[in-house]
Ligand binder design. Structure first.
Ligand code: SAH
Ligand code: SF4
Length: 358
């Protein structure tokens, strides 16, 4: 069992730790300043802590930083980072530059899209993240580390976070909420909860649990099908929590005075019919949810594709005609495989492929 990352602990926990060691609790504040303000790379650099304290910290906690394996894209465009974790696992994160109307509202913010698991167990038919199965949950510190690494590599300040990278965030909800506390805290990364979006494929019980969380993060539901017939065809989770069960959990969430939004990827000939649009609009109205339409990004080896531009616009028009509030993402990033899981898939496949002679 490897040591817990120091970046998985909250200030309160660190204060208790120092108190239990007979040290003054304000040492914890000094420690988080080194981690999240000065952003040093090892316990040794924490020069206002005693050498004995630093040695003890190093023996009890991990202090690792993800290794940057590949970066795709350039400044001012979507940049994609492939990281190797201390156990060799590969995960990816994306930095999306200032872009108006990217997540359905006018914005000049830089958004980081981060992973919560290595692989994904949910096996949606269109998604690259699930293709090689599930390996493990990320530790809270490994979630936080993606943001620190992106800011270090890019020299840019992240002001928006979406948990739309690899993995199902609500299947790792304890570490996710711990990471969000650190990201949100003034002593941590100081990113406002309203600038943090959790995306889920629809784990109904966890959605009910989130409804009573005090932190005001945003929640996005990956719907991708407006009837059980269509949704079950592409998202196996729909057989466990069908639309009725999922939408009831959403009702409960909204009844707690919380808002949610729908994500709906448009896949040609699968979920882009007029009937799906009409039903989708109805579900959205029931929950006062905004709809974010996302044209499908092709994944190598999978048969799916995005509908024509014309069809996308028609789908949007039907939603609006039926009273729904919806936006269509006309995104960049298609050219560098910006959909989650794709860069990692290419790299693991290349690494696992037998070496060619030469
Ligand atoms: N597991 C969570 C979060 C990660 S996926 C979820 O499913 O919501 C983040 C979003 O990217 C989801 O809406 C997912 O359906 C979508 N997505 C996955 N593969 C995609 C692709 N090839 N093109 C466009 N969106 C994709
Ligand atoms: Fe997992 Fe989300 Fe991809 Fe489905 S869409 S396989 S839940 S990461």
């Amino acid at each position: 069992m490897s040591k817990t990352s120091i970046k998985s602990l909250t200030l309160e926990e660190l204060s208790k730790y120092f108190a239990a060691q007979g040290e003054r609790p304000f040492r914890a504040k000094q420690l988080v300043d080194w981690l999240y303000q000065k952003r040093i790379g090892s316990f040794d650099e924490m020069t206002d802590l005693l050498a004995t304290t630093r040695t003890r910290l190093a023996s009890e906690f991990g202090f690792v930083r993800p290794e940057v394996v590949r970066v795709l894209g350039a400044k001012d465009t979507t940049r994609k980072f492939l990281f190797r974790l201390s156990d060799g696992s590969l995960i990816e994160s994306v930095l999306i530059p200032a872009s108006p109307a990217l997540y359905g509202e006018t914005s000049d913010r830089r958004t980081a899209c981060v992973s919560t698991q290595v692989g994904c167990a949910y096996g949606c038919k269109f998604c690259a993240s699930g293709l090689e199965g599930f390996a493990r949950n990320l530790e809270a510190g490994e979630i936080v580390d993606q943001l620190l690494a992106i800011e270090k590599e890019s020299g840019e300040k992240i002001d928006n976070i979406v948990f739309m990278g690899m993995g199902e965030p609500l299947a790792n909800v304890t570490n996710l909420l711990r990471a969000i506390r650190i990201i949100n805290a003034p002593w941590g990364l100081g990113i406002g909860a309203r600038h943090i979006t959790i995306s889920t494929s629809g784990l109904a019980p966890q959605i009910r649990k989130l409804a009573t969380e005090p932190t005001q993060f945003r929640l996005a539901i990956s719907l991708h099908g407006a009837t059980d017939e269509v949704r079950s065809q592409i998202m196996p989770i729909n057989r466990k929590y069908n639309l009725a069960v999922l939408l009831q959990a959403c009702d409960f969430y909204v009844a707690q005075k919380k808002r949610l939004m729908f994500e709906y990827i448009l896949i040609a000939g699968v979920n882009d019919s007029d009937e799906q649009a009409q039903r989708l609009a109805r579900h959205a109205q029931r929950l006062s949810a905004k709809i974010n339409l996302i044209p499908y990004n092709t994944v190598e080896g999978l048969p799916w594709s995005r509908p024509s531009r014309n069809r996308q616009e028609t789908f949007l028009r039907i939603l609006r005609h039926h009273g729904a509030v919806a936006t269509l993402r006309r995104e960049k990033g298609h050219d560098i495989d910006a959909a989650c899981g794709q860069l990692r898939l290419q790299t693991t496949r290349a690494e696992n492929a037998p070496a060619t002679a030469g």
